[in-house]
Design a protein around this ligand. Structure first.
Ligand code: BGC
Length: 752
């Protein structure tokens, strides 16, 4: 039997489901524990308090005072302090002039690159490429470590269902499985093959836990998360980060079910230490210990310090409640010396594991690697793979750079070097960004590019340039419209109530659509925007997030067909804010809606009697589907899925089955496809989601060829927390392999 009509070659790809644990930087496999204990025995209380304190650059206004503080062991870590000479001098004082010679941890938010900026993490998640993401984080570590930084406050792995939340940009989206695989890769990239390598940074999994569930997406807000959602969703990427060996964790600003995470024994002690066996240390978030007072969980800063220490926050970031209160708290027996010793031991253990006692210094020559051409090339690749094509009517894309006479390049994001770097890119320099305008001019030559921004920035409402933009479109063969959000509209503290395109951008788009010229829209934004109308009006649309330093060349590569778009959405796109939260792994409800049953608001007869319509789970105005499903993304080619086979239609609660499907590139382009495996546990001791991602694979398939993608699905990958225990339950399951969370080949199996 011929399985695949177009099959020229069969490729075999094996994917083991789940993030298996390997080296664990959090477990003591060397003498770090003994050395930390020996050091602890020699320390005064002041020196111990120092190791539990982190100060920021500029904390001491007098440089001499700063140096003396290092000599005195007043603090064990600094943040936002970097530069080869500065750090080497501070480390020299710590190691040579302080009584015990304990080196400093130098922390920094290296979130998606240091000088070479990669796409925002949500964009990187859209690449579904853990290997490429790992390499991006490796490059970030190489660059940052050359400046004396030895600790990154990354990865940020807060799952969220809320695109209003500005920090959605910083995480991996909505899915616990995708986020776990990427969290694992990010930690591995930052920490490298050896923790003692000078180019390795300590990773920091943050924010532990639940920050992404802030009510209404309003930053810093309250979260209420049931224990099943906490364990089955929120904590998954953190467990993966721990398994990858993350040396540190960061508690959060938010409260979790009434107990602030920076004083939350349930997550910091019971889960992180007792259940997971984490042996690194926990740092607070910036001022999150004194904020326990504002949160109504502590009477004053002294009380806050006690609660942070008791819960297991080992080091305080930026503020001084530990420094000021530990002694009197000990005198008053509100905390114990054992608690202090535990915290200090955790911090010292990390310093020993990283080899800082042996070599705290930076080699000044290391900075030559910054912006290495190979780093920029990788940034370009990741930006390409992060871009998701949401529409391509009549094969508008790719454009032919040979055939097209001229293009209009319009929009406030076409030439905005800072914006394309996105949020949390402290150390990226706009002058290093290659914008889409620059890249397209390089490709086509200046004379074939008619550039008019149309709007000065994304929120701009001034339409004075519209006529010039329309004129440019009129004299070009096609229009490339770069719109979205400025970088400052996402990230910490940048939540939005409306997630539409700001300013007059939609009006500009409509005006350009009316010219009748092919309209290619490129959205560069920090969140999934509600762009239903804009999608309708465009001929083609690429969702490019904030793509980083090399966003311009990457987009030019896709627009002009050097490579096919291949990213897939790491988050559900909603039609409007009223649908939030909308995530694909929702439960079915007792009244699931369908095309046959939902009644759009305008179709309800006037004075209709109450009982005759609907009564199912949907919105009268939005319906029951999102704008675009999780996992969605188009290609220049087409992929045909076939021949789904299971090695067995039953397995035991400890067994596994092998699942295979053929994916044929049935179009005209060599391209990558991201093959996704979903399951549904039909009946559970608590209700289970309609679909859950349990595996994926990015795979390159040449035109005409077929790849056989193979997954090993283990019963343990189907375990979930049911409110009492985590277990794999016997029962009936559905399985799909397909291109997104909405479609795919279907089969069934049972667990006996
Ligand atoms: C953020 C953290 C960050 C820290 C240090 C805080 O405001 O919440 O994610 O690591 O600042 O910059």
């Amino acid at each position: 039997m011929i399985l695949f009509k177009h099959s020229l070659v069969l490729l075999f790809v094996l994917l083991i489901i789940g993030t298996s644990s390997c080296k664990s930087g959090g477990s003591v496999s060397d003498d770090a524990d003994d050395r930390a204990a020996a050091m602890l025995a020699r320390m005064t209380l002041d020196e111990k308090i120092g190791q539990m304190s982190q100060v920021f650059d500029g904390f001491f206004s007098d440089p001499e005072q700063f140096k003396q503080a290092i000599r005195d062991g007043r603090f064990g870590s600094m943040l936002n302090f970097f530069g080869t000479e500065k750090v080497n001098e501070a480390q020299r004082i710590a190691v040579e002039e302080s009584r015990l010679g304990i080196p400093l941890l130098i922390g920094r938010d290296v979130i998606h690159g240091y000088r070479t900026i990669f796409p925002i993490p949500l964009g990187m998640a859209a690449s579904w490429n853990p290997e490429a993401v790992k390499e991006a984080f490796r490059i970030s570590a190489v660059e940052a470590s050359s400046q004396g930084i030895n600790w990154a406050f990354a990865p940020m792995i807060d799952i969220t269902w809320d695109p209003r939340w500005g920090r959605i940009a910083e995480g991996c989206g909505e899915d616990p499985y995708l986020a776990s695989t990427l969290a694992y890769a990010m930690v591995q990239g930052l920490q490298g093959d050896s923790l003692t390598d000078p180019a390795s940074l300590a990773a920091c999994a943050k924010h532990f836990a639940g920050y992404g569930f802030v009510e209404a997406g309003r930053d810093y807000n309250t979260t209420y998360i049931s224990e099943p959602i906490l364990r089955n969703v929120v904590l998954k990427p953190f467990k993966a980060a721990k398994d990858a060996g993350a040396l540190t964790f960061m508690s959060g600003f938010t409260e979790l079910n009434g107990v602030p995470t920076s004083a939350n024994e349930f997550i910091l002690k019971r889960i992180l230490r007792d259940e997971w066996g984490f042996e690194g240390f926990v740092i607070s978030d910036w001022a999150s210990v004194p904020q326990l007072v504002d949160q109504g969980y502590a009477y004053d800063e002294k009380d806050a310090a006690a609660k942070g220490i008791i819960a297991g926050v080992d080091m305080e970031m930026a503020t001084t409640t530990y420094f000021e209160n530990i002694k009197s708290l000990l005198d008053e027996k509100k905390i114990t010396m054992e608690q202090i010793d535990n915290a200090v031991r955790n911090v010292l253990r990390v310093k020993y594991k990283m080899g800082l006692f042996e070599n705290p210094y930076v080699d000044p020559a290391a900075e030559k690697k910054i912006l290495d051409p190979s780093f920029l090339e990788h940034a370009r690749k990741v930006a390409r793979q992060s871009t998701v094509m949401l529409k391509n009517e009549n094969s508008t894309l790719p454009l032919s750079s040979e055939k097209i006479k001229s293009v209009a390049v319009i929009g406030p994001l076409a030439d905005s070097p800072r914006d394309q770097m996105g949020t949390w890119s402290f150390d990226g320099l706009p002058e290093n960004s290659v914008t889409p305008l620059k890249a397209i001019r390089e490709l086509l030559g200046d004379t074939r590019v008619n550039f008019v921004p149309g709007l000065k920035y994304s929120r701009d409402k001034n339409k004075d340039q519209f006529s010039a933009a329309l004129a440019a479109a009129g004299r070009s063969d096609a229009t490339l419209l770069f719109i979205g959000e400025e970088w400052i509209l996402s990230g910490e503290g940048q939540s939005r109530g409306n997630i539409d395109l700001p300013g007059a951008q939609s009006e500009l788009l409509s005006a350009l659509a009316a010219t009748g010229k092919p309209l290619v829209v490129i959205v560069m934004a920090g969140r999934p925007l509600a762009i239903g109308d804009e999608l309708n009006e465009s001929d083609a649309l690429l969702y490019a997030w904030h793509g980083g330093t090399m966003a311009g060349p990457a987009l030019a590569d896709l627009i002009f067909g050097k490579e096919s778009p291949s990213g897939k959405l790491p988050v559900t796109f909603v039609k409007g804010e009223g649908q939030i939260p909308f995530y694909y792994y929702r439960n079915n409800t007792g009244r699931p809606a369908s095309d046959d049953t939902w009644t759009p608001i305008d179709e309800i007869p006037v004075e209709n009697p109450q009982s005759s319509l609907g009564y199912e789970s949907y919105h009268l105005d939005y319906g029951y589907t999102p704008l675009l499903p999780f996992g969605y993304g188009l290609s220049y080619t087409t992929f045909t899925y076939g021949n789904l086979t299971l090695s067995d239609d039953a397995m035991s609660t400890t067994g596994s089955i092998t699942v295979k499907a053929g994916v044929t590139n049935s179009g005209a382009w060599d391209a990558d496809e991201i093959v996704q495996l979903y399951i549904r546990d039909r009946v559970g001791s608590i209700t289970r989601p309609v679909k859950e991602l349990k595996g994926y694979k990015r795979i390159h398939i040449k035109k005409g060829e077929t790849a056989v993608v193979e997954f090993i699905l283990r019963a343990e990958d189907l375990a979930f927390f049911n409110g009492t225990e985590t277990l794999t339950e016997p029962g009936e399951f559905d399985i799909w392999i397909g291109p997104d969370s909405d479609t795919g080949l279907h089969a069934e199996f049972i667990i006996e």
